[in-house]
Design a protein. Structure first.
Length: 117
C-alpha cells in the first residue's frame, strides 16, 4: 500500500506503543464498529490517487489481526517474533516516509515516538 489508512496506522501505533499486548481485545460492540469501519473503507474509492486501494486481502488480514484471541501467557518466542515484525514495519515506514520517520523517531534507536523509552 502506498499510504497506510488512518485506522490501520492507529492500530499499528497502539501495538508499537504497547508491545506486551501483541493483539487488541475487542468486545462485541467494538467488533460491530470495526465491521462498519472496514466496510466504509472498502467501499470508498481513493479521491486523489495518493491513497491506496484497499484489497479484500488487506481487509481480511486486518480483521484477523483485530479479532484474534490474545495469547494467554506471551512467551519469549512470541515477544521475539513481535520485535522482528515491529522492526520490519518500522523499516518499511522509514523507507516510505523518511521525513515523517525523522519527525517521530529522530535518530534514536529505541523506536518510540518522540525518542521516549
Amino acid at each position: 500500500m502506498k499510504h497506510l489508512p488512518l485506522f490501520l496506522a492507529a492500530v499499528l501505533s497502539v501495538s508499537l506503543l504497547h508491545p506486551g499486548e501483541a493483539k487488541p481485545i475487542l468486545t462485541p460492540e467494538d467488533r460491530q464498529a470495526w465491521v462498519l469501519c472496514l466496510k466504509r473503507v472498502k467501499m470508498k474509492p481513493p479521491c486523489c490517487g495518493a491513497c491506496a486501494v484497499i484489497t479484500d486481502a488487506d481487509l481480511k488480514s486486518l480483521w484477523n489481526y483485530l479479532t484474534a484471541a490474545p495469547e494467554k501467557e506471551p512467551g519469549v518466542k512470541s515477544r521475539e517474533l513481535w520485535d522482528l515484525h515491529k522492526d520490519k514495519l518500522l523499516e518499511e515506514f522509514k523507507r516510505a516516509n523518511p521525513e515523517r520517520y525523522l519527525t517521530l523517531y529522530g535518530n534514536s534507536r529505541d523506536k518510540q515516538p518522540g525518542g521516549k523509552k
